[in-house]
Design a protein around this ligand. Structure first.
Ligand code: BGC
Length: 772
């Protein structure tokens, strides 16, 4: 990234950077929770940097025939080989028809990267208001020079609208310029997924269009529309796009190349040195058989009016969600960029979708939703935008049927959440991979997210609903679990470390299962006591018996925690007996499962989630054991290490881990963001700053703060919403300032600063000096 960072709200790139174009396109994505538009430009785009994604629009992607003989030992250890033959499709987020596509013509000359010279290029994204801009200086083969300035935003106020405005300034000529708008029906998904090789052992990258065009239409005023239908699943989407001005001086011509391809030409008379603007409004709809209407009589706002409205929504979002870091500009920009992506990827207006691992910025991980959302992203939403958090936990509640189905597929009772899902709620992981049969921790993660939500919001309405989830998931663990030597544990289920899938008694799983059982029992007591009607409704709906509740209590008492006398957790049965060697998963000859190599925080993740399991000394014992055995070949790992290092007072390590996580896409390009942003890492960036360096924790209605700022940072400032209160924090080396900005419950907020408790009324501010 280069230049123009003075306001710490803008990221900018100068010129073309061929090897990084796809990542740049990811970083500059605009979105509003319903749609994500990658930061590509039709004038530059070779095709695959482009991408528009709608939250919830999925179909299926064909896969090349897999040849089991070409699997390396690692992939062999990951695969149910009997399920490989016949494997050929996967659920995938759809790369939509490109309803922003266009061609510029200067007379007969096409102005794009293939036909004209690009003399200069600057692309920027203003994180504060979601405005993408590009300034291009072009020269045509005949020597005509012009500036093209593009602005684009996804409307935060009217969520089905994307706006584009171009301003043209001819530098050495006057004449006509044509803006040819189209809806490109050929944006295709790529089948590449890293681990797949074709029969010849080559990565077999192909592109597939995941939809059929059902209808296109064009009207005299230059409005184009297209309706499409997912090829396999049949989900429908519609797109309409129109260009202003429609004044008499500006000529319009609409025409069709074939059934699928429609164009609208807007011919603009332009004058040397003078600026002329056009605006393009595009709207989309999902699950509807016709494209959304856009009629002149709708009285469209202008680009400016719409932008102002949208910017006001941004302002409100930032008011609660911004994190200010004074003293480290890179950290400041990176954290804002992370939070920006979290804000554009989560649907604010519905609970039918969740946030994919790559947000709405790319097709990586096929747009699937993992535990990343429940564990890594949720805290940011929960403590700054609790309504979004509610949508996300409700998504899990709404898809309980999918979890029931998966439990059934595993020959168990109850409900087990899918390792990967889209909107369907069903398991959509590659079915021959052992991930779907063994990465069962997502079930306790979804439950953990609900527990956090309930704790932070006190939303008892939701408790009456999610009690069903607590019971059904507890029931799953009872049917999956085994009692041996009077100890209860879970066989054949792994924690987050994907290098060891087929393991039993994972410390992560067993301890979180204990939490799950406890929640189920607590929910039973609360419902029975406070909501007897709902209690009996749920009993009859789930058929939960007294014997099952008794069994929950029995198993809870006997859970095998895997903790030894020193407080060290064994990651799973037999882990300490494995070869003590670190290998990387791309080593074609060694199966990391035979060694103690850990891919990402596993035991340490557990201790981050359930800190009360250990004393500080015991945390250190576990850190010393596992940190050096972890390869961090997942972007999910750095942030949690940063938080724990800060808790242990190892500031240098904490800063190092935080920097690896913060700059992961923006500065380091470490994990390759070609196919989308690393949303879990972005979520952990917020947690690392607020929980790690800010030392924030929550305890029985009280917020505790014990900051430990990195030496170079002068101040961290942020807001938290907790128990209907909104508090703003300014943390400095010299002291802490807290202000109670809102108190929804009319109650006094309790804040504990380094062991001293303060009670705050609305509007009250307290300052606590470090020396106190
Ligand atoms: C990690 C998982 C994660 C997934 C999606 C994998 O590499 O090991 O924990 O859920 O990526 O981000």
């Amino acid at each position: 990234m280069d230049g123009k960072r003075d306001d710490l709200w803008t990221i900018s790139f100068e010129g073309l950077t061929p090897l990084r174009e796809k990542t740049i396109s990811t970083l500059l994505t605009v979105g509003n929770g319903r749609a994500g538009v990658r930061g590509y430009l039709p004038e530059l785009c070779p095709g695959h940097d482009a991408g528009i994604f709608l939250a919830g629009f999925y179909d299926e992607l064909p896969r090349p025939e897999l040849d089991p003989d070409s699997f390396n030992p690692f992939l062999l250890s990951w695969s149910h080989m009997d399920l490989v033959p016949g494997y050929h499709r996967e659920k995938c987020i759809v790369k939509c028809p490109d309803f922003l596509d266009c061609v510029w013509l200067c007379g007969e000359e096409v102005i794009d990267i293939h036909n004209a010279r690009l003399l200069s290029l600057t692309r920027s994204l203003c994180i504060k208001n979601g405005l993408f801009t590009a300034s291009m200086h072009w020269q045509t083969p005949s020597g005509k020079e012009l500036m093209l300035f593009c602005e684009r935003f996804a409307d935060m106020s009217e969520e089905n609208r994307i706006w584009v405005r171009y301003t043209i300034k001819p530098l050495n000529f006057s004449g006509d310029i044509t803006y040819r708008s189209t809806i490109n029906p050929n944006r295709k998904n790529s089948n590449i997924s890293g681990i797949y090789k074709d029969a010849a052992g080559e990565e077999d990258q192909r592109y597939y269009r995941l939809y059929d065009v059902e209808r296109t239409s064009l009207s005299e005023d230059g409005t184009l529309s297209m309706s499409v239908r997912g090829r396999v699943n049949g989900m429908k989407a519609g797109f309409t796009t129109t260009v202003f001005p429609k004044t008499p001086g500006v000529q319009k011509r609409v025409w069709r190349r074939d059934e699928e391809t429609v164009f609208a030409d807007t011919v603009l008379p332009v004058e040397q040195g003078a600026e002329t603007s056009i605006t393009r409004l595009s709207v989309f709809s999902l699950d509807s058989s016709s494209a959304p209407g856009l009629h002149a009589s709708d009285g469209w706002e202008s680009f400016n009016e719409a932008f102002e409205k949208s910017a006001r929504v941004w302002e409100m979002l930032w008011e609660d969600s911004d994190v200010r870091i004074i003293g480290d500009d890179n950290a400041q920009l990176s954290i804002r960029h992370s939070l920006y992506h979290l804000l554009i990827s989560a649907c604010r207006s519905g609970d039918h979708v969740s946030v994919p691992a790559k947000g709405l910025s790319g097709e990586g991980y096929r747009g699937m939703v993992f535990w990343d959302t429940d564990i890594h992203m949720l805290p940011f939403y929960l403590y700054t935008q609790p309504k979004i958090a509610r949508n996300l936990v409700r998504f899990r509640y709404n898809t309980l049927y999918g979890a029931r189905k998966k439990a059934e597929d595993l020959d168990c009772r109850g409900a087990c959440y899918p390792w990967e899902t889209s909107v369907s709620g069903f398991e959509e992981c590659e079915y021959f991979l052992k991930l779907w049969t063994h990465q069962l921790h997502v079930t306790v993660d979804a439950v953990y997210a609900m527990r956090q939500y309930l704790e932070a919001t006190g939303d008892e309405d939701f408790l009456t609903e999610c009690a069903e989830v607590f019971w059904e998931t507890a029931r799953f663990w009872l049917s999956k679990g085994r009692t041996e030597n009077r100890r209860f544990g879970i066989p054949d289920a792994s924690g987050p470390d994907e290098l060891h899938l087929e393991v039993s008694n994972s410390a992560y799983i067993n301890n979180l299962v204990a939490m799950n059982l406890e929640l189920a029992l607590k929910a039973k007591d609360t419902l029975q006591r406070k909501y007897p009607r709902r209690f009996s409704e749920l009993l009859s709906k789930t058929g939960m018996s007294r014997a099952e509740f008794r069994k929950m209590r029995y198993c809870l008492k006997r859970i095998n925690t895997k903790k030894n006398k020193e407080g060290l957790f064994e990651q799973f049965d037999g882990y300490f007996n494995l070869r003590d060697e670190i290998v990387f998963e791309d080593d074609p000859f060694i199966v990391p499962a035979d060694t103690q190599t850990v891919k990402q925080a596993d035991v340490l993740m557990l201790l981050y989630l359930l800190p009360d399991l250990v004393t500080r000394e015991q945390l250190r014992v576990n850190w010393d054991y596992y940190e050096k055995r972890t390869t961090h070949t997942s972007s999910l790992s750095f942030g949690v290490h940063g938080i724990l290092a800060a808790r242990l007072g190892m500031m240098e390590k904490a800063v190092d881990y935080l920097n690896r996580s913060l700059g992961i896409d923006l500065f380091r390009d470490e994990a390759n963001a070609d196919d989308g942003a690393h949303m879990a890492a972005y979520g952990m960036n917020w947690s690392a700053v607020v929980f790690g360096f800010g030392g924030i924790s929550f305890n029985q209605g009280k917020i505790s703060v014990a900051p430990a700022l990195p030496a170079g940072w002068n101040e961290i400032a942020f807001c938290l919403r907790y128990k209907k209160n909104k508090l703003s924090f300014r943390l400095r080396h010299e002291g802490v300032t807290v202000c109670c900005e809102e108190s929804g419950s009319g109650k006094i907020a309790a804040v504990d600063i380094r062991g001293k408790t303060y009670f705050l009324h609305v509007g009250e501010t307290i300052c606590h000096n470090a020396a106190k």
